[in-house]
Design a protein around this ligand. Structure first.
Ligand code: NAD
Ligand code: WQD
Length: 338
């Protein structure tokens, strides 16, 4: 298939490009590089053995999208492009509604115009809001606790309306839990601009000596060790989940499908710190800090629907998540030293 990856130069998009190219698909990345570096494409080429084209453009520009879609005879789109910083979304909500919601509407219009109605969308477990029960299955009620989450919820609703209005669409909504880790090669991974918001890249930078210590946000939650519990999923497993979802919607006659991509297992912040130290032999200094606003005690998936309907389950363990993250930090340190 000819597949367009919006946001394809980003953390998850670049990891999904690799198995798609290896499976023989023609992949084109479309990214405005607002949160990524074009050098990722060279590293992707080193992994796949072939160049992966990158078109620099913004999904809010419908003409640019139509040009690339017609030019490459695009048949399916995997839509990663979006802003994802929860705190920033609270401070600048319009930026998030514009980029994420308006951007997705612009993409849907371009896809309809070009007759490409197969879409995989990057949603998030954030759409479950405060968990009412665990593990979270796809039928858990949805709600939003911040503007970022609301953009994901609004897009999900928009996609449901589009699929209901025109049964030619084949749309997969993938609700990711907490993607971490890096490609086995250590060539691509998560490298956020500025101080990381998320736990794993923060731990990586402390390990590399780029940040002094980790602040553990709260140790008085109702969890086994008092720190927050999450469902961390290796990004390479997550990438394989996209390939499985794309295969599934190519065969189904259902216009809309929703799958959780998680492992079903929760680990605490201290579990993550200890695993990283043990696996990589590096100390992670930390201190206990107050709870972070908006955090929940525990959040983990029921991965059963994906297992049943996609034949996909996450296979990589915590050790693989920690070792690959560290390999990627090393690659960055070596590159910066050059
Ligand atoms: P990322 O920031 O690394 O990648 C997103 C990419 O989209 C970046 O390369 C950015 O430059 C690009 N982009 C942003 N706005 C754009 C626009 N208007 N036009 C074109 N390109 C644009 O983030 P990621 O972690 O790879 O996340 C990918 C998707 O998955 C996002 O939609 C995110 O909300 C979703 N998601 C991520 C996580 C996570 O923890 N990483 C969890 C759940 C869902
Ligand atoms: C994990 C745990 C923190 C940083 C966020 C978004 C969610 C989704 C994934 C996109 C929590 C603790 C963290 C730190 C810490 N993204 N922590 N010190 O909050 O589960 O989810 O990213 O859709 O929408 O909300 O992930 O990695 O920020 O936090 O103690 O410096 O680590 O309190 O318990 P979270 P996270």
């Amino acid at each position: 298939m000819n597949i367009l990856l919006t946001g394809g130069a980003g953390y998850i998009g670049s990891h999904v490009a690799a198995p798609l190219v290896s499976a023989g698909h023609h992949v084109v990345c479309f990214d405005n590089l607002s949160n990524s570096d074009p050098s990722v494409m060279e590293r992707l080429e080193a992994i796949t053995g072939q160049p992966v084209p990158l078109v620099t453009g913004d999904i809010r520009n419908g003409d640019a999208l139509r040009e690339v879609m017609l030019g490459h005879a695009i048949e399916a789109v995997i839509h990663f492009a979006g802003l994802k910083a929860v705190g920033e979304s609270v401070a600048e909500p319009m930026k998030y509604y514009d980029n994420n919601v308006r951007g997705t509407l612009s993409l849907l219009e371009a896809m309809a115009d070009c007759g490409a109605k197969t879409l995989v969308f990057s949603s998030s477990a954030t759409v479950y809001g405060q968990p009412q029960y665990l593990p979270l299955d796809e039928n858990h009620p949805t709600s939003a606790t911040n503007p970022y989450g609301r953009t994901k919820l609004m897009i999900e609703e928009m996609l449901a309306d589009v699929a209901a209005a025109d049964p030619e669409w084949r749309i997969a909504i993938l609700r990711y839990f907490n993607p971490v880790g890096a490609h086995d090669s250590g060539l691509i991974g998560e490298n956020p601009n500025g101080v990381p918001n998320n736990l794993m890249p923060f731990i990586g930078r402390v390990a590399a000596g780029r940040l002094k210590e980790l602040s553990v946000f709260g140790n008085d939650y109702d969890t086994p060790d008092g720190t927050g519990v999450r469902d961390y999923i290796h990004v390479v497993d997550l990438a394989d989940g996209h390939v499985a979802a794309l295969d599934a919607i190519a065969k189904t006659n259902q216009p809309l499908s929703i799958w959780n991509l998680g492992t079903g297992t929760g680990y605490s912040v201290l579990d993550m710190v200890k695993a990283f130290e043990r696996v990589n032999g590096v100390p992670i200094p930390f201190r206990i800090a107050p709870r972070r606003d908006g955090d929940v005690a525990s959040c983990f998936a029921s991965p059963e629907r994906a297992a049943r309907e996609l034949g996909w389950t996450a296979e990589r363990d915590l050790d693989a998540m920690c070792s690959s993250s560290w390999r990627f930090e090393h690659m960055l340190a070596t590159r910066n030293a050059d």
